[in-house]
Design a protein around this ligand. Structure first.
Ligand SMILES: [Fe+2]
Ligand SMILES: [Fe+2]
Length: 477
């Protein structure tokens, strides 16, 4: 920086004294400061000392008090990285063979078992095959193969580990009787097997969960991350006016409001052939043109903002999750500094862990669990966190690709967990984790009208990375 300041001065044939140089370097934006000084200082000055600078800026204190207003718009020190092992792009190995599925479920089981065994109140589990012969108090861990409610109000679970399967009884009098159980989630159970070994009577249920003492700890970060989910470019109901209002707002406010990161959690275009008769609801029928149109919209976003995009179920990439990043054939007109990543993805941004998942599995959670509804997607996200899994139910509407490891397991504890897909807008918190359902830029579709579903569009959620404060910036008016 020292040599850059000196050479900027030398180009104007001005030599800075050591105290003048120190003064310039002590400013938080030395280059902007020296350039302002050089354009203001008398044309016949050749040697400039600290007093000359003081005299020169005497009538213009704003340089010291508010250096940000003269800083260039693309020189922020951004700090965003993809967390290793969380992006499936280029790593996909599955061919859909039986063995792939066996390894995929094993990977899920071991990852979640490890999390349950790391709980201080659990310890080590006994293999199911051994536990059912033991006949005394013990703990087991297994994947739920089946759940049934009995006529008498009890719950029966078929639980499986790598040694065998057992039938777990949760009595109607148990405090766990009202809990939500879904197939293919992994749980720990303390209890005792009957003498015949045909039933394991549960005392307590343990989930991988988020530790109770997990918390948001404030940092000195001043930046914010904003989210634009479910843009659906190409749809007749894409909200162009609201979108343009939002872009104008970003142009005027993003820099000074320190909105430095922008994440798109999927469905960036409406796609083609997503559902029967979709073409009647499309404004742009060509998938390439949909992406090109979006690329042009994104060029309007201020340059200092780091953009991250991952696909959703409307995008032109395999439906099975994890979805790799969008292919270059669709994104060649996008600016090269936009990061294209997989769905889901873990991002480290200024020390915070951000988990972004489009949210297709929310459909399965809601159709499979009576207590969950489209009115409250945040509650669904909380259930995901408790199970440390984004889409446990195999064989439902959300296709899962049997990769070598299960990318839908939440191995890292996020600080921020965002999803979209259901076009709702909401925030919540669970054990220090900020949860966001990130709205949409598409109005009510025919399909939504038919199902009496009212979206919450044109809202941009913003999270401050230092304080964790969440703001829902509304562009409906
Ligand atoms: Fe969507
Ligand atoms: Fe979606």
């Amino acid at each position: 920086m020292r040599s850059e300041v000196l050479s900027a001065a030398a180009q104007k044939k001005i030599f800075l004294s050591p105290d003048a140089l120190e003064m310039v370097l002590s400013n938080s934006h030395p280059m902007e400061f020296i350039n302002t000084v050089l354009t203001t200082i008398s044309a016949n000055s050749m040697f400039v000392d600290k007093k000359d600078i003081m005299d020169c800026i005497a009538g213009d204190k704003i340089i010291f008090e508010c250096p940000k207003t003269i800083a260039p718009k693309n020189k922020k020190n951004l700090d965003l990285k993809i967390m290793p092992g969380t992006d499936v792009t280029g790593e996909s190995t599955c061919e859909g063979k039986i063995n792939d599925f066996a390894n995929f479920f094993k990977s899920r089981f071991y990852a979640l078992k490890k999390l349950i065994e790391s709980r201080r109140d659990f310890g080590h589990a006994m293999p199911i095959e051994k536990a059912i012969r033991l006949g005394r108090e013990t703990k087991i861990i297994g994947m739920i193969y089946e759940k049934k409610d009995t006529k008498n109000g009890h719950v029966i679970l078929k639980l499986e580990d790598d040694t065998g399967m057992c039938t777990v009884l949760i009595s109607k009098d148990s405090p766990n009787i009202k809990e939500i159980f879904v197939t293919d989630e992994v749980i720990g159970v303390s209890g005792k097997s009957t003498s015949k070994g045909d039933l394991f009577i549960a005392d307590e249920i343990f989930r991988p969960d988020i530790p109770k003492n997990n918390n948001w700890i404030a940092s000195d970060s001043v930046s914010s991350v904003a989210f634009l989910s479910d843009v659906h470019v190409g749809s007749y109901t894409f909200l162009k006016n609201n979108w343009e209002k939002m872009i104008q707002w970003l142009k005027t406010n993003a820099y000074d409001s320190d909105i430095d990161y922008l994440v798109f959690p999927g469905d960036i275009v409406d796609g083609i052939g997503i559902f029967p008769g979709q073409e009647e609801e499309l404004d742009i029928l060509d998938i390439y043109k949909q992406y090109e149109t979006l690329a042009n919209y994104l060029k309007e976003i201020p340059d200092h903002i780091q953009i991250v995009i991952h696909p959703g179920n409307h995008d032109a990439v395999r439906l099975a999750e994890p979805q790799p990043a969008l292919n270059e054939v669709f994104t060649k007109s996008f600016d090269s500094n936009i990061m294209m990543v997989s769905n889901p993805i873990n991002i480290k941004v200024e020390g915070r862990t951000l988990l972004s998942y489009h949210g297709k599995s929310i459909d399965d959670w809601i159709s499979g669990v009576q207590q969950l509804t489209y009115d409250d997607p945040i509650k669904v996200m909380e259930e995901m966190l408790k199970r440390r899994h984004l889409a446990p139910m195999y064989g439902q509407k959300t296709a899962l690709a049997p990769e070598k490891k299960d990318y839908l397991v939440m191995e890292n504890i996020p600080d921020i967990f965002v999803s979209g897909h259901v076009h709702g807008a909401g925030t919540g918190a669970y054990r220090g984790i900020k949860m966001i359902n990130a709205s949409a830029w598409q109005g009510q579709t025919e399909y939504q009208k038919m199902h009496n579903f009212n979206p919450d569009p044109a809202i941009m959620p913003i999270v401050h990375l230092g304080t964790g404060k969440m703001t829902m910036k509304n562009f409906n008016n």
